[in-house]
Ligand binder design. Structure first.
Ligand SMILES: [Zn+2]
Length: 318
């Protein structure tokens, strides 16, 4: 009899402590849903460590880092599905190839130039101030209402890359990175002209221009001219540009002169060099400002995703 009483009390105590254990583990109690139970290993670059995160929470934090909360709900949902697809495609790829050196064994990292931007909920809430609850609820809805949904091409989850603002046409992955991906081809993107990041300009002295070139490009010789032939993609991005007689890739050119995109007009005027830049980012896949424009025109997130990723389907993960 005593034994039964002991077990009855033990079960009651354990049951009572369960929510507390969940609270301690996750910070707040979350309803256990399939995606909510999954974890993702994230290499947090800023802290130089790998953290196991709840998948849903990680996706909310990515969306909050990648898109302003003021964007249309359908654009946020498109962003949520793109971020989930990108994550899943990385996980699938690393299962075969192993994780890259700079990931320290994690599925994904927080370096936006390598994977996706990320910010903790706590830090994001701080930056939002009084709008924190309202904004977080909106981002949460975008992730929860598209739960488990991924973008597929021929049944495979795609590497759903995205960028801030295109030039009015997106770039193909082939032109930017060389990999031929049939779902990442150049498409028309409307509304990018409304983005505050559509146009930017930068001016440096010719001396500085030459100095940067000499430091970064082998064999430059300015007696052969300053800026020569430029080859462009269908979307207008620089594929190669001749600098001091050497053909340089557009992506390298963008990086060394720290420009917002490869879509650049270069003007050499006496001792100055001016860069007139269109768009922001690598230009491949979904344009975030373009997505917001389409949403404002009544398109839903599936239509937005199908606009930017060619020949794809939106499916629920098994
Ligand atoms: Zn990464």
């Amino acid at each position: 009899m005593k034994k039964i009483l002991f077990w009855a009390v033990a079960v009651m105590v354990i049951t009572a402590l369960m929510p507390l254990a969940m609270l301690l583990k996750y910070g707040k109690y979350q309803k256990p849903l399939p995606e909510d139970e999954e974890t993702v290993s994230v290499y947090v670059k800023e802290e130089d460590k790998v953290i196991e995160m709840n998948k849903t929470q990680y996706l909310k934090e990515v969306v909050s880092a990648e898109m302003p909360a003021s964007f249309e709900m359908e654009a946020l949902k498109a962003q949520a599905v793109a971020a989930r697809s990108y994550l899943v495609s990385r996980q699938n790829a690393y299962k075969i190839s192993g994780t890259p050196e700079n990931h320290k064994g994690a599925d994904i990292c927080t370096d936006p130039t390598h994977c996706k931007a990320w910010i903790s909920e706590e830090k994001r809430r701080e930056s939002w101030g009084n709008d924190a609850d309202k904004n977080w609820d909106k981002i949460s809805r975008a992730v929860e209402e598209t739960k488990g949904e991924v973008i597929t091409y021929n049944g495979e989850v795609i590497s759903a890359v995205f960028h801030s603002t295109s030039s009015g046409r997106t770039e193909s992955s082939k032109d930017v990175w060389g990999g031929d991906r049939p779902y990442l081809v150049s498409v028309e993107s409307y509304g990018d002209t409304l983005s505050p990041k559509y146009k930017s300009e930068k001016e440096i002295s010719l001396k500085e221009f030459e100095k940067i070139a000499k430091e970064n490009i082998e064999g430059v010789d300015f007696s052969k001219g300053i800026v020569g032939d430029i080859a462009r993609s269908e979307a207008g991005g620089i594929l190669t540009v001749e600098i001091g007689g050497v053909a340089v890739k557009g992506t390298v050119f963008r990086k060394i002169y720290d420009l917002r995109s490869t879509n650049v007009e270069i003007t050499v005027d006496k001792d100055r060099v001016r860069f007139d830049v269109t768009g922001f980012g690598h230009g491949v896949g979904m344009s975030q400002y373009g997505a917001n424009y389409l949403a404002s025109q009544g398109k839903d997130y599936k239509e937005i995703l199908k606009t930017y990723y060619t020949g794809v389907e939106i499916e629920k993960e098994e």
